[in-house]
Design a protein around this ligand. Structure first.
Ligand code: NAD
Length: 252
């Protein structure tokens, strides 16, 4: 119960990594506001959880007013906010020279980059108001630290998440706030499951132990990072990629 009495807001909590983290946080004693653009799916998740442990909140993270309202909903439901997990995101991309900025750049930046900025801003203001400190965890990606095929906009947004994390740790330290970014590699969630079996096998082979990561494995790390046991991890990136970023190529 390492998150006993903590209140968390988890964006993108209706699916994938966010959903696994919702379940892990509740198992560790937290109360959770599940904030997702797909509010019906978020509500279905709430209906399957222990009554009183979670609420569903509709939010489009690309809109500051909606993110501020989501933070307020968590506070209204559970009395305070201790943790925000800025995790909602979209993926995809085209070769650079085929891109239409209005389709291939701006929406990605609005959700994957602005959405995290708004989460940090809204939660940071709440933490300052409470005077309690707080933890900000944000989902970047292995692509936030490298160039990759078809990921011009996605990589830019995910690199910004790492930069935001460093700056937030610096700016919000005086309020007792910590900030950490995680960089998942290949995680078996709906974002990835839409691809062909062949591509999924390639993805698995890019991780050192030749297997995709389960969302629950990421959730375990996020729960640790949110807990007081991780109190010294601040302003940095935690790689949760099963070695993807360490080695360029497997030798076999
Ligand atoms: P997912 O599609 O299962 O979950 C994403 C969730 O975000 C969905 O519930 C979706 O409804 C929600 N969402 C999308 N746009 C939103 C918006 N504008 N406002 C609010 N909610 C919105 O995918 P996932 O794999 O669990 O992805 C979670 C995060 O992990 C994303 O930021 C993704 O970029 C990142 N990531 C995933 C992988 C992977 O291999 N799956 C790897 C690296 C990083």
């Amino acid at each position: 119960m390492r998150l006993k009495d903590k209140v968390a807001l988890i964006t993108g909590g209706a699916s994938g990594i966010g959903l696994a983290t919702v379940k892990k946080f509740i198992a560790e004693g937290a109360k959770v506001a599940i904030a997702d653009i797909n509010v019906e799916q978020a509500q279905q998740v709430v209906d399957q959880l222990e009554p009183g442990s979670a609420v569903a909140v509709g939010v489009d993270v690309s809109k500051l007013a909606e993110v501020e309202a989501a933070v307020q909903s968590a506070v209204d439901a559970f009395g305070k906010l201790d943790v925000i997990f800025n995790n909602a995101g979209i993926a995809g991309g085209k070769p650079l020279l085929d891109q239409d900025p209005a389709v291939d750049y701006e929406p990605m930046i609005r959700v994957d980059q602005d959405g995290v900025y708004y989460g940090i801003l809204a939660a940071g203001r709440q933490f300052k108001k409470q005077g309690t400190g707080g933890v900000i965890i944000s989902t970047s990606s292995i692509y936030g630290e490298q160039a990759a095929e078809l990921s011009f906009s996605y990589s830019a947004a995910k690199a910004a998440v790492i930069s935001f994390t460093r700056s937030a740790a610096y700016e919000l330290a005086e309020y007792g706030v910590r900030a950490v970014a995680i960089t998942p590699g290949r995680v078996a969630t709906p974002i990835i499951n839409q691809f062909s079996d062949e591509l999924k096998a390639t993805f698995a082979s890019e991780q050192l132990r030749n297997k995709m990561t389960a969302p629950e494995e990421i959730a375990n790390v996020v729960a640790f990072l949110a807990s007081d046991e991780a109190n010294v991890i601040n302003g940095t990136v935690v790689h949760v990629d099963d070695g993807y970023s360490v080695f360029k190529q497997r030798l076999d």
